[in-house]
Structure formats: C-alpha cells, structure tokens
Design a protein around this ligand. Structure first.
Ligand code: ARG
Ligand code: MN
Ligand code: MN
Ligand code: MN
Length: 313
C-alpha cells in the first residue's frame, strides 16, 4: 500500500494565522517515518503551491474568495496527480477550506467516493448562511450537487463544479452547527451523528451506521476529512475553533481503526492544526494526538500489528 503525503500550508479560509504551519509541525512530529515503520510505502510530495491574491475583497459574506478558490484548484490538481501514482493520499493542512480542493481532486480519480466528515462543525454554510464569512465553514457547500443553486459562483471558483451528493456524506462528532447548516442537513437528508448520538448509541454503532448509510454495499472509496477539533479540546487544544464536549481519544481511535479495516480509504485530510495557538505544551499535545490518530488509519491497531511478511524470528 503506497501513501502519498502532501502539505497544504494555508490559513486564508479563516481569520487566524497559524494553520499554514500545520504541515511543518506534523512533518517534524515524524509522521512520514512513523507511517513507514508500520510497513507503509510513503512518499512525501512536498507542499502544494498556495496562491495569495491581493485586494481579495469578500463576495457575499465569503472572505478571501480568490485566494481560497485559486489555492483550492492548485490543491485539486496536486491531489489528482498524487492519487494517479499512489494508493492513498494524506493531505496535511491547513485550515478546513483545504477540503474543497482535496475532495474535488479525489473525485476526479474516484468519482464514486463517499465522504466521512469527522468534525465539531458541519462546514456546509453557503456564502449567504455563514455568520463568520470564513470559507473553512463552507467547503462542503461548494461540493454538493443539491446546493448548486444556493451557492453563488465566487471569483476564484470558476473551475469548480459539484462532485458529490448529499447522501454521500456522513458526519461524526458534530456539536456546533449553525441554523442554516442544520436546515441543509435536514432538507437534503445528510447523515449526521452529533456527539448526542455518540453518547446515545456508542461509537461502534455510530461508525457502523455512518458507513452503512453512505454505502450499504461497502464498495465505495472513502474520503475521510478529519478536523482535529472533532476531538475534545483537552486533547487537541491548538486549533482555531475549539468546542468543549468532543470525541475522546478512544472514540477517535475506534473510528480510525474501523475505517482502516474497510480497506477502502482513498484520502485523508488533516485540518485545523494551529501551532500558534496555546502554549508549547498545547502544541506538542495537539501534534502528538493527531499523529497517533493518523497511525490508527494505517494499521497501527491497539490490539497490535506487524509489518507485511513478518514472522517469528
Ligand atoms: N460554523 C462556523 C463558521 O461557519 C465555524 C466553522 C468552523 N470550521 C472549521 N473548519 N473549524 O464560521
Ligand atoms: Mn471544526
Ligand atoms: Mn448530480
Ligand atoms: Mn472543519
């Protein structure tokens, strides 16, 4: 199994500096080496080219539309290229607007993909329903066919057409959903497991139901978009929009192990690591927790594992 890693040093999908250093701190945390030690063939393809447009005035409420739109195209092109040579792509972000490009790029190679969105937030505001104007709260709105007529063509987004349907998305971990987002989830029947459902059914039932809802036959490629704020802020404090009451480490590991077990993972986004928030200890904890979760997606099961071909010496 070959893994292609890319970095997306980008923060213009939201208002705080720092997520552009996400790729650097995750690489320095040893992500490539740690995946290699699991027996994965890992290639680091470097960083995506980020485009900064001057005088990038808001459109509707969306801030930095040209910068985000053009960077998203650069991301999509890179992801497509990586997935044509490697089996799985890991994108180290970057704020969560990164998913516009990663999902668009993945869908060019895997048009039948489904999306598992692990996040405190639904990130499906339109440029009109958003309160903040931050595009990291909108990525799914640009990608979903059903929302096409609700989403204006922003400057910078001319290249993008919707590539997934509402029924192809499942959320896990929600606990801060805006009114417009809740309406969208209900109107288009998006599968959504908030922390309330995690408490009610338990994480095992939630993961099983989420996977079954988007793909009853269990055949489709999975795009896993992981916002580190899905986890409780005691675990991943260095992130821009923390929300208390999040996934435990064990619940997050469980999601990762079950997704790994499907053998259908096609791409992972790692979004919203912001090493400029919190103190040194917060930063180290956030990076360590995030890397430990990533490893669970690649066969580092809590029950133990060994590299392919290994036998008792
Ligand atoms: N719903 C809020 C907004 O639209 C927060 C979004 C947070 N998104 C994220 N990727 N952390 O601004
Ligand atoms: Mn979030
Ligand atoms: Mn369609
Ligand atoms: Mn998010």
């Amino acid at each position: 199994e070959s893994i292609g890693v890319i970095g997306i040093p980008f923060s213009k999908g939201q208002s705080r500096a720092g997520t552009e250093f996400g790729p650097e701190v995750l690489r320095n945390g040893g992500i490539v080496r740690k995946l290699q030690s699991l027996g994965c063939h890992v290639k680091d393809h470097g960083d995506v080219e980020v485009i900064q447009v001057e005088n990038d005035d808001p459109e509707e409420k969306a801030k930095n539309p040209r910068t985000v739109g053009q960077t998203s195209k650069s991301i999509a092109d890179k992801v497509e290229q990586v997935l044509r040579s490697d089996d799985i792509c890991i994108a180290l972000g970057g704020d969560h607007s990164m998913a516009i490009g990663t999902i668009a790029g993945n869908a060019r190679v895997e048009p039948d993909l489904v999306v598992l969105w692990i996040d405190a937030h639904a990130d499906i505001n339109t440029p009109m329903t958003s309160d903040s104007g931050n595009i990291h709260g909108m990525p799914l709105a640009f990608l979903v066919h059903e929302l096409e007529s609700y989403v204006p063509k922003l400057s910078g987004f001319e290249w993008l057409t919707p590539c997934i349907h509402a029924k192809d998305i499942a959320y896990i971990g929600l606990r801060d959903v805006d009114a417009g987002e809740r309406k969208i989830i209900e109107k288009f029947g998006i599968t959504a497991f908030s922390m309330q459902e995690v408490d009610k059914y338990g994480i095992n039932e939630v993961v099983e139901r989420a996977l079954r809802a988007v793909d009853p036959e269990g055949k489709r490629p999975i795009h896993l978009s992981f916002d580190v704020d899905a986890m409780d802020p005691t675990l991943t404090p260095s992130t821009g929009t923390p929300v208390i009451g999040g996934l435990s480490l064990r619940e997050t590991y469980y999601i990762a192990e079950e997704v790994a077990r499907t053998g259908r993972l096609s791409m992972i986004d790692i979004a919203e690591v912001n090493p400029l928030l919190g103190d040194e200890k917060d930063k180290t904890l956030t990076v360590d927790m995030t890397i430990s979760v990533i490893q669970r997606f690649f066969g580092n099961r809590r029950g133990g594992c060994y590299p392919p071909g290994y036998d008792i010496p």
